[in-house]
Design a protein around this ligand. Structure first.
Ligand SMILES: [Zn+2]
Length: 61
């Protein structure tokens, strides 16, 4: 199995088994896996920063 890398930064991707996504920690993007095939398109990626803030307060300094 080939190691998938981020199409943007060419860094290694982590596999989120819960959401079936490939996650780039550097870009804060999650690429979906559809029918067992990773969709390595930035336009299809989900921004991890879109998650609602919980404990972390906005740091505008
Ligand atoms: Zn990346």
């Amino acid at each position: 199995m080939d190691l998938l890398v981020c199409p943007l930064c060419k860094g290694p991707l982590g596999h989120d088994h819960a959401t079936h996504e490939l996650v780039c920690a550097a870009d804060r993007l999650a690429f979906p896996i559809r029918d067992g095939i990773a969709v390595m398109l930035e336009s299809e990626a989900r921004s991890l920063d879109a998650t609602p803030p919980s404990a972390d307060a906005t740091n505008a300094s």
